[in-house]
Design a protein around this ligand. Structure first.
Ligand SMILES: Nc1ncnc2c1ncn2[C@@H]1O[C@H](COP(=O)(O)OP(=O)(O)O)[C@@H](O)[C@H]1O
Ligand SMILES: [Mg+2]
Length: 295
């Protein structure tokens, strides 16, 4: 494997298209340094280094088995890394458990767990633990009045979130009855019940129809623009990536292969080669063709 992430960065991100108005040096929200995750002798993540810029919607793409989901799982605290470090806002967060990361505003969406499928959409939103409010048994016993007010505020927030995501007509529907795309919107909605700083989305588009995928994309863009959420998005649908993401980071064989705008990535021989090796050539061509047709 040639070409590490930093090499790609130097050559491909000289002029980021839409850099936020930030003081220099303050724009790195997540920094991943030489991350390894090995399963036995198998190097699923094999020395990946990358930075997620504050305010960006960063795309993470690469052939199947490249190590994208494993990298997410390490960053989100589900797996301990074999080695390497992860920083958020300059503070080391390597190996912190998911609930600690959640409190810091780092969220990874998951499929709605089985036990939540019999709850309504509204209930699924209302049970998301509030961040930083310190909801302890102590509070529950001694501040009943305040708890009632907090519940009213949570209900109001849930309503707002459903309207934002255009799923308010489904408020009293059981989550288990939603379509795949509607479930994805609900997962996104759950991240909105707290004040997330960064949300990791692993294949939100899988099995979702075009219309709903567009709604999901719209919601991500709005959350990014209006609430300042940073996103890191793994997605196979390169049209979706092209519409949302800058920059796009390409992983292959556990490492970062390239980083740049979607146009730069499409033109990168190393990326084309990595995809060719796994029969993804046609997908790339399709995405390029539709982008050229003006989408
Ligand atoms: N828990 C695990 N145990 C063993 N191997 C794993 C485990 N999780 C992932 N892998 C392997 O690591 C590689 C990377 O997987 P993954 O991170 O899911 O790739 P991607 O999301 O890029 O398709 C794959 O070869 C996969 O089989
Ligand atoms: Mg994956």
């Amino acid at each position: 494997m040639t070409g590490q992430g930093h090499t790609g960065e130097q050559t491909m991100t000289a002029a980021p298209a839409a850099a936020p108005a930030q003081a220099p040096g303050e724009d790195a929200l997540i920094v991943i340094e030489d991350l390894h995750k090995h399963f036995g002798g198998f190097r699923a993540v094999d020395g990946a280094s990358l930075t997620i810029r504050r305010g960006s919607i960063t795309g993470l793409i690469g052939p199947n088995g490249a190590g994208k989901s494993t990298l997410f799982n390490v960053v989100a605290g589900l797996y301990k890394p074999t080695s390497g470090r992860v920083f958020m806002d300059g503070e080391e967060i390597t190996g912190l458990p998911p609930h600690a990361l959640f409190r810091k505003g780092l969220l990874r969406t998951f499929q709605i767990a089985h036990e939540f499928s019999s709850m309504t959409v509204r209930e699924n939103l209302m049970v998301v633990p509030p961040d930083q409010s310190g909801e302890t048994l102590w509070n529950t016993w001694f501040h009943r009045g305040r708890i009632a007010r907090e519940e009213a505020a949570i209900a109001e927030k849930a309503q707002e979130v459903m309207e934002f995501l255009t799923i308010d007509h489904l408020a009293d529907e059981k989550a288990g009855n939603l379509s795949g795309g509607q479930k994805k919107l609900l997962e996104l909605g759950r991240t909105m019940m707290t004040d997330a700083k960064i949300v990791f989305l692993d294949e939100v588009g899988a099995g979702v129809n075009r219309t709903l995928l567009r709604t999901i994309g719209d919601a991500i863009i709005r959350l990014n623009k209006e609430r300042g959420y940073t996103f890191c998005v793994i997605e196979h649908d390169l049209d979706f990536i092209a519409r949302l993401c800058d920059p796009v980071i390409v992983m292959a064989e556990g490492k970062v292969l390239a980083e740049g705008s979607i146009e730069e990535i499409r033109a990168d021989e190393r990326v084309i080669e990595a995809y060719l090796g796994t029969g993804m050539k046609h997908r790339k061509k399709t995405a390029t063709a539709s982008a050229e047709a003006g989408q």
